[in-house]
Design a protein. Structure first.
Ligand code: NAD
Length: 438
């Protein structure tokens, strides 16, 4: 199914606040649209652009048949959504997860559009995914699934069209298969078609931990603004995956006390500070479960969120901070590593309490910023050293933070509203200048 909503058949009489189209109905999509509507109201955005931005420009749904190791054939559902192509090729991760559907992939693609515009990257937003639990597939089944998925969405992809990257459930090896499958079709190596690849085939130094590094850079920036010394600050992190563990490591190295971490099974709490390097070694290299580490008290994920800590970093899944727990949060700063971890109701409660929320589209932009660097290096065939990558990342992300903060203060609004308004306005300006085809 291809939904093409590039504009030519938009109905001028459709009310600006009509409900989202039914096939996208999903709480994450509704959250993304509700956030968009609020920012659009504040911007006084014209109703034609509003209609356009609420739905994706292109959405492709594919059935992916693969032969399983036992000889049977199984069909998985896959998606690739390009939310907006006005400012350049689209960019966004590929997620392998049992909850993937058209609605949440579209929401994630929309957030990518605002994120790229906010940080000044010349991309629109995209997202893709396959509804699958990758832990249930063998290595060779995972490879066949990836290659067939890429073959099915091939017409949308290309270094000047749409450039995927890793997300939940995918990794550098899977990106290598994406690059190889695309390159086999073209007949030559095309490293710029995907980012988050291994270094040997055009990956960038500093990409793997870029999102966690960006989270750490912004946490330190906020503490500096409040004149809080690093060794006086404490941190709780929900989700100890790629992003959460990297953020923990950088903040630990900067002298902050990480008092709580968690994964899907639950969390560890130690008010004196957790030994992060030891935990990373035992959890990742020796594959010991968190609960077996015995370096702190065992707590639930709900308890982690209301831990007494200066900084809370939700780095797991969406809709974790809700109206049920927002009032009990004890932190001064929430920095959203995950996409959509805070509901609209919780946002209002946190604003009332004076908790600063650095929103997802700003906080976790380190990943797409260094993906942009990887793409630039691939298309130029000129590679940078790690110090260059880190400095340029810090420069872009802290500039975006300062600009968003200044805008929020000037408009007397939240950082989330400011970030959304700035991102949306950039995309709206591109549409105004390009006009409506035909
Ligand atoms: P990951 O799969 O490596 O880690 C996710 C972590 O969250 C794991 O520790 C997992 O056990 C835990 N978790 C999963 N479900 C949970 C639940 N219901 N409650 C508590 N913990 C749970 O994923 P990641 O790459 O670290 O991404 C984490 C978040 O950051 C996601 O929301 C992702 O969209 C977002 N993000 C990631 C990147 C990136 O570069 N990887 C970039 C931008 C945003």
């Amino acid at each position: 199914m291809i939904v093409n909503t590039s504009g030519s058949h938009m109905s001028a009489d459709r009310p600006a606040n009509s409900p989202p189209i039914p096939e996208l109905a999903h709480p994450t999509y509704q959250l993304a649209v509700a956030q968009f509507d609020r920012a659009a109201d504040a911007l006084n955005l014209d109703r034609n652009l509003r209609q356009r931005f609420r739905v994706p420009q292109r959405a492709l749904t594919v059935g992916i048949p693969i032969r399983m190791d036992d000889g049977s054939v199984k069909v998985f559902m896959g998606y690739r959504v390009q939310h907006d192509l006005a400012r350049g090729p689209t960019k966004g991760g590929i997620r392998y997860h049992p909850d993937v559907n058209l609605g949440n992939v579209t929401a994630l693609a929309m957030w990518m559009t605002w994120k790229c515009a906010l940080t000044g990257l010349p991309f629109g937003g995209a997202k893709g995914g396959v509804r699958v639990d990758p832990s249930q597939l063998s290595h060779s089944e995972l490879e066949r699934l990836t290659r067939r998925y890429v073959a099915e969405i091939f017409p949308l992809l290309g270094p000047d069209k749409d450039i995927p990257a890793p997300d939940i459930g995918t990794n550098a090896q899977i990106m290598a298969w994406v690059m190889d499958t695309y390159s086999q079709q073209m007949g030559y190596a095309v490293p710029g078609v995907v980012t988050g690849k291994p270094l040997a085939i055009g990956g960038s130094l500093g990409r793997a931990d870029a999102t966690g590094r960006g989270i750490a850079d912004l946490t330190l920036e906020a503490l500096h603004m409040w004149e809080i010394r690093n060794d006086h600050a404490t941190v709780a992190i929900q989700g100890f995956g790629n992003v959460g563990s990297a953020a923990a490591k950088f903040l630990y190295d900067a002298g902050l006390r990480i008092v709580a971490i968690s994964d899907l099974t639950g969390g560890l709490y130690n008010p004196k500070g957790l030994p992060i390097p030891e935990i990373i070694h035992r959890y990742y290299d020796q594959h010991e479960p968190l609960q077996a580490l015995k370096v702190g008290e065992w707590i639930t994920n709900d308890e982690l969120l209301v831990t007494d800590a200066t900084v809370l970093i939700p780095a797991a899944v969406s809709e974790q901070i809700t109206e049920k727990n927002a009032g009990q949060l004890k932190c001064r700063l929430v920095i959203e590593a995950a996409n959509g971890p805070t509901t609209l109701e919780a946002d209002a409660i946190l604003e009332e309490k004076g908790v600063l929320v650095i929103p997802d589209i700003l906080a976790n932009s380190g990943g797409v910023i260094v993906s942009y660097f990887e793409w630039v290096q691939d298309v130029q065939r000129f590679f940078w050293n790690e110090t260059d990558v880190q400095h340029r990342l810090r420069e872009i992300i802290t500039r975006a933070f300062q600009r968003t903060l200044a805008f929020a203060r000037q408009r007397n609004t939240s950082m989330r509203m400011a970030a959304l308004m700035m991102g949306i306005e950039q995309v709206a300006e591109a549409h105004r200048l390009r006009g409506l085809y035909p």
